[in-house]
Design a protein around this ligand. Structure first.
Ligand SMILES: *Cc1c(COP(=O)(O)O)cnc(C)c1O
Length: 462
């Protein structure tokens, strides 16, 4: 691996930050004011103790899959950009809290700007939004507002929607109904309309980029149903939101779904999924800023130093890492969210790798990709060819393990059998799954394929 560029960048930036606080009386002769940063002059024994612990940490951390490497092509894991890591670590010298301006003055401003960049991606300017600790928390806020807007009404989401929507609805005591998915993993519109006819639906969760296979629910068609039946539309784009940047290059109907995104009532996107951020960074956006009224509270101790709107006044969470906002802001400076920018190009590279892998699978009789067609975003799922689903599942497990032995890390997923075999009965089958979300996956696809092919040959030979 090339030398990690972050520590050197960070050391210089930390010195610069420290100079801004130079007028304060020093904490101790031997350290800077950032006492947690052991300076060159700190006691050798203290240095040695720190180093020893960090070496133990490095040893413990080695027990991980190599998420940062292109041969890790399993779950939704993408390394944070060096600028995000450096900016996050730099913010750690301050450790701001974005629950209120007095906890994170600069980082609150940076959050507001970074959130505005994301909102612009969806064509929104006057919306209400903020970062959250995760996509789950962001979705919780969206469904909480949906429940307050239409008390007691049902929440609907596709059976392929993220599992937390069901759980969040239970926490909020809102009735939840799953809608079957079609053979592309998209919400079935006829089944949706059957439920809407009952007249008790408060909100429909539309997923752009499902977690299992990156399916894109037909948002444009759900919007047409909203005209007829009236309900809120919450778009869960935790995974797929950034694909708005390259949606013109997607196949229909995904292209049409993305083009309609600005008409949603709320949108969730996770910068810590595709946005090159460390964990702890989700984002919720509401098209109508007046939903801010639901968040009103009068805590006597949170906000005193500013008359401006505080982030803590418009979010359910209290303390939240200001460093997440700093890292996201820094990333947007280096890689603006532009349709033809470097960040968008990276999404396109993962997409190209996906179509490449899908095509190779389709041309190889050992594999059975989705019958209905190629993936909509950058996640590939495929079944192993075998006489029975049980045998196909066992083969998938064995190929998964044989790939891992070759340093290629894939994932397993359980999907309906009919999506792979015409006329198959009900029931599911264990399949292989690969999330090709790193730009490097395009250049590495040849090696990924060679390893997958060799591992499969080995397994089939028995
Ligand atoms: C990952 C994901 C979530 C949950 O987000 P977390 O950040 O993991 O809490 C929700 N919805 C979709 C579609 C996701 O892919």
């Amino acid at each position: 691996m090339p030398l990690d560029p972050v520590p050197a960048l960070l050391a210089r930036a930390t010195e610069r930050l420290e100079r801004h606080f130079a007028s304060l009386p020093p904490l101790a002769a031997s350290t800077g004011n950032f006492a947690a940063t052991p300076g060159p002059g700190s006691a050798p024994a203290a240095q040695a103790a720190l180093e020893e612990v960090l070496e133990a940490v490095a040893t413990r951390l080695a027990d991980n899959y190599p998420y940062f490497h292109p041969l890790y092509a399993g779950q939704m894991l993408k390394p944070p950009h060096p600028v995000a890591r450096a900016a996050y670590a730099l913010a750690m010298a301050i450790n701001p809290n974005n629950h209120a301006r007095d906890g994170g003055r600069a980082s609150s401003e940076m959050e507001i700007e970074a959130v505005r960049h994301i909102a612009q991606l969806f064509g929104w300017t006057e919306c209400l939004g903020h970062l959250t600790s995760s996509g789950t928390l962001a979705n919780l806020e969206a469904l909480w507002v949906a429940g307050l807007s239409a008390p007691g009404k049902r929440i609907l989401a596709s059976a392929q929607a993220h599992y937390t929507h069901n759980r969040i609805s239970a926490v909020l005591k809102l009735p939840f109904t799953p809608i079957p998915a079609d053979d592309r993993g998209r919400m079935d519109l006829n089944a949706l309309e059957d439920e809407l006819r009952r007249g008790d639906v408060g909100a429909v969760v539309v997923t752009l980029g499902t977690t299992a296979m990156g399916a894109v629910d037909p948002l444009h068609q759900v919007l047409a149903l909203r005209q007829r039946y009236g309900f809120r539309i919450h778009v869960d784009a935790a995974y797929g939101g950034y694909f708005r940047l390259i949606s013109a290059a997607l196949d229909e109907p995904a292209r049409l779904a993305y083009a309609a995104l600005h008409q949603a009532d709320s949108i969730v996107v996770d910068p810590h999924k595709h946005g090159l951020q460390p964990y702890g960074c989700g984002c919720i956006l509401f098209r109508d800023p007046s939903v801010g009224r639901f968040y009103k509270h009068d805590s006597p101790y949170t906000y005193f130093t500013s008359h401006q709107l505080h982030l803590g006044e418009i979010s359910l969470e209290c303390s939240r890492a200001g460093a997440s906002a700093v890292a996201l802001w820094a990333t947007h400076q280096l890689l603006p969210l532009l349709p033809h920018g470097e960040f968008a190009r990276g999404l396109g590279q993962g997409r190209a790798a996906t179509l490449d892998l899908d095509l190779r699978l389709r041309l190889d009789a050992r594999f059975e990709p989705l019958r209905a067609g190629p993936p909509e975003l950058d996640i590939v799922v495929w079944k192993l060819a075998a006489p029975t689903p049980r045998q196909a599942a066992a083969l998938a497990q064995s190929v998964f393990a044989a790939c891992a032995a070759r340093d290629l890390h894939l994932a397993l997923v359980e999907l309906p059998l009919t999506w792979f075999q015409a006329g198959a009965g009900a029931g599911t089958v264990t399949c292989l799954r690969s999330v090709l979300m790193k730009p490097e996956h395009q250049a590495w696809l040849g090696q990924i394929w060679d390893k997958l092919s060799a591992a499969t040959t080995e397994v089939l030979r028995g």
